[in-house]
Design a protein around this ligand. Structure first.
Ligand code: LLP
Length: 416
């Protein structure tokens, strides 16, 4: 029970959230090391002796402290940019465990990842394949490659985060995959390492995932028929979490479903992000004002769409909990100070909130801080990692001066 009430006060592990607000101010992201570790270990336990690799998806939350926690448990990493590759290194993670995904890797990023000796490039187009072959050849290196195929299955999630349909920009159509693998085999600077797919995020049903795995397995069998052997099958990430009344499969059931579908000869690779860190984080905020209008009551707090954009962007639901229980509940919209009506964090919630009260937006550990912006010149919040009774400052609150460092008034820029 990592987030829980004790004497009507909300705790994360052994620390009351109110004391974090006292020390580090608000808004502030708060993470539980225990939850992160228990989710990661659940994956490992579910695979048991089956050959596998868990590549934590850095995009979900790339804070160095979190990468460090996971690196110590022996995770591999899934990245989508050179920036994430550098983060893995800076956190003490092993860059040679990295899988590099994404439709738009630049030449510089390919070079950097090749030099770092990453484990696999998940290639998403013919042009990318050709560029990678050329970059590797020019360095006398051999790039390990998996083709990301698009299995054309409906993942039944928000359209912005569904990736496995023909209409999406991701992957190479199944029908073209055989040809593309023949191309890979024809380049001496490329090595076939595996095959990859990823059908979307916040998946709450097992069937589409198993369906995609079956289609990929069929491709792998056809490849073997032509003596093109892959070593691993990467099923991507995507396992959802319960934000409100969803009931996604448990990690054990998800892993079992994949293991039953993929032939035991192959190493199974997965790229989970949200299911490891999502429930481990809360966004702590203070109510500034209560404002009544003829139609609504607004709780205006010091967090906004700049700290947590998921409600504005995906109409996402995050539970809101009072940090200290008490007072009379009323129905409120929880909003921030940003100058847009899209700036809301939660709508029509029953909450006892008065100005000065602290609230916690729950399940913000994934795609929370990493999607934060500086709109309205708002410095990004602090992040803390809780470990039992210890509060570790994982990221200092940004300052306004940091936001305009690197900007120049007229005549100030020094040309190089
Ligand atoms: N692998 C690939 C190739 C991906 O594109 C993603 C997520 C993952 C792994 C990790 O997926 P996860 O296990 O976290 O679902 N910002 C959105 C989510 C975007 C997901 C993008 N890709 C949100 O806040 O819901």
């Amino acid at each position: 029970m990592s987030f829980h009430y004790q004497d009507r006060r909300l705790y994360v592990e052994d620390v009351p959230l109110a004391s974090i607000a006292d020390t580090h101010g608000t808004p502030c992201y708060v993470y539980s090391r225990a939850i992160i570790e228990s989710n990661f270990k659940a994956y490992r336990a579910a695979f048991g002796r089956r050959r596998h690799r868990v590549c934590y998806a850095v995009k979900a939350n790339g804070n160095l402290a979190i990468l460090d926690v996971l690196a110590r448990l022996g995770t591999a990493f899934d990245i989508v940019s050179a920036g994430e590759l550098e983060r893995v290194g800076a956190a003490g993670g092993n860059q040679q465990t990295v899988t590099f995904a994404g439709v738009g890797k630049t030449r510089a990023e390919l070079e950097q990842a090749l030099e770092a000796g990453i484990a696999c490039f998940n290639v998403e187009s013919i042009e990318e394949l050709e560029l990678l072959a050329q970059v590797a050849a020019s360095r006398g290196l051999i790039a390990p490659v998996a083709i990301r195929v698009n299995p054309d299955v409906d993942a039944d999630t928000h359209p912005y985060i569904a990736t496995g349909l023909n209409e999406n920009k991701f992957g190479i159509p199944m029908a073209d995959a055989m040809d593309v693998y023949r191309r890979v085999a024809s380049f001496s600077s490329l090595r076939v390492a595996g095959v990859a797919c990823h059908i979307g995020s916040q998946l709450t049903a097992l069937e589409p995932i198993v369906d995609a795995a079956k289609r990929v397995m069929k491709l792998v069998d056809s490849l073997a028929g032509e003596n093109i052997e892959v070593d691993h099958i990467d099923i991507g990430g995507g396992l959802g979490i319960a934000y409100s009344d969803e009931s996604p499969p448990a990690i054990e059931a998800y892993v079992r479903g994949i293991c039953q579908t993929i032939d035991a000869r192959y190493e199974i690779v997965i790229e989970p992000g949200r299911s490891i860190v999502g429930a481990a984080g809360a966004l702590l905020s203070r109510v500034q004002y209560i404002k009544q209008t003829p139609r609504k009551t607004f709780a205006i707090c010091d967090a906004a769409m700049t700290e947590l954009i998921r409600p504005a962007l995906y109409q996402a639901h995050h539970n809101v909990l009072p940090v200290n229980v008490g007072g009379e509940e009323q129905v409120v919209d929880i909003v921030g100070p940003v100058c847009e009506s899209g700036d809301f964090l939660a709508r029509d919630r029953s909450l006892a909130a008065s100005s000065g009260d602290l609230i916690a937006l729950m399940d913000c550990g994934a795609y929370g801080f990493v999607m934060a912006s500086n709109y309205n010149a708002r410095p990004r919040p602090a992040e803390v990692l809780i470990d039992g009774g210890e509060v570790h400052l994982a990221r200092e609150r940004e300052t306004s001066a940091q936001l305009y460092a690197g900007e120049y008034r007229l005549g100030q820029a020094v040309r190089t």
